[in-house]
Design a protein around this ligand. Structure first.
Ligand code: UFG
Length: 338
């Protein structure tokens, strides 16, 4: 058996895919999740400890009871719009919760952390594509909360030799290639699933003219007026974590590092809808509504540092892969409230 890895948020979308990938590679995996937004049945091939990163005693118990070598920290609130209206829960969960976690790790002599950061830390970048040295000026509390943690990790690296790699995700997309796991948020707010839900509704006989799909703003300064994002397959995000973990093992002197994870290609909301029409063969209509709070117009990664230093390469760089895998998943696992 290889090293034991604790995955916080392992019942969530990206975390649950990570659990499976690590377990498949022979790691013992322990999931720590409060199940507030995750699903217990998404935890496959791992021990599930139900606990909250807000609770230092629950965290201490996990580290005391198991011989953990490293932590991958996914547990977080991650809705941009929600963070604008409820900043309190974002700072408490994402910043204080992470501080509890790394203090518990430090107290138990565990100094290896892979942290789920985000391109939302860049805010509205002055130039594209975004590299790791692009200035970070978040424009919503979610991005601020993740940037605060990055700073804490740098300071812990300098002071305590605490090793960390912060992975700044662009937009996670897709589902497990073998169809075993998918995306299940409640409520669902992400673009790709919502487009595919609309396709399912129409496939089930719903009227295309009564679309449930809303586009948040068509007056952004982009080529078609809608927001542009860099969509990265969830499976590729996971292989990047494994690569980051290997780098950490090979470089014990490592302090805090940060890498962008994207595919260096942007799609506008309208382009994603067009791609979904092709994959599903369904006439997907939409309504244009006002902008959502906190949305930057365009986020595209320069992920060359991850490709070089982590020796990582996305296996599914095209959005069609993500859409096809997601469509396969949602076709078999439609949401209850379609
Ligand atoms: N959008 C719509 N209609 C919807 C949902 C989304 O038009 O019903 C638009 C959004 O306004 C945005 C784009 O589609 O322009 C993508 O929105 P998502 O909600 O799918 O994703 P976000 O970019 O807002 O956020 C996601 C993650 C964050 C992460 C961010 C990085 O949820 O955690 O990607 O860009 F930080």
């Amino acid at each position: 058996m290889k090293e034991t890895i604790l995955i916080t948020g392992g019942a969530g979308y990206i975390g649950s895919h990570m659990v499976r990938q690590l377990a498949a590679h022979g790691h013992k995996v322990i999931v720590f999740d409060n199940l507030s937004r995750g699903n217990a049945d998404a935890v496959i091939d791992a021990e599930l400890v139900v606990g909250d990163i807000g609770n230092s005693e629950e965290l201490a118990a996990v580290f005391k009871n198991s011989d953990i070598d490293a932590v991958m920290h996914f547990a977080a609130l991650a809705y941009v719009g929600e963070s604008v209206h409820q900043p309190d829960i974002y700072y408490r969960n994402n910043v204080l919760g992470t501080l509890n976690l790394i203090d518990a790790m430090h107290a138990h002599g565990i100094n290896n952390l892979i942290f789920s950061s985000t391109c939302a830390t860049y805010g509205q970048p002055e130039s594209l594509p975004i590299t790791e040295s692009t200035p970070q000026h978040p424009i919503n509390p979610y991005g601020h909360s993740k940037l605060m943690v990055e700073q804490i990790l740098k300071d812990y690296g300098d002071a305590f030799n605490f090793r960390s790699i912060a992975l700044r995700y662009f937009n996670a997309a897709g589902c497990a290639v073998d169809g075993s796991l998918g995306e299940r948020h409640d409520p669902e707010t992400h673009l790709l699933p919502l487009i595919l839900f609309e396709a399912l509704r129409v496939r089930n006989g719903g009227d295309p003219e009564e679309s449930t799909l809303n586009i948040f703003g068509s007056d952004f300064e982009t080529h078609d007026g809608t927001c542009i994002r860099d969509y990265i397959h969830v499976s590729d995000l996971c292989t990047a974590h494994t690569a980051a973990y290997h780098r950490m093992l090979q470089k014990p002197e490592l302090g805090a590092e940060q890498f962008n994870l994207g595919v260096n290609r942007g799609y506008s909301v309208l382009e994603v809808i067009e791609a979904c029409k092709k994959i599903t063969g369904i006439d997907i209509q939409f309504n244009t509504v006002t902008r959502r709070d906190g949305d930057p117009p365009e986020l595209i990664a320069d992920a060359s540092a991850a490709m070089i230093k982590l020796q990582w390469k996305p296996e599914f760089p095209s959005i069609e892969h993500s859409l096809q895998h997601a469509w396969d998943w949602f076709s078999k696992n439609p949401p209850d409230n379609l």
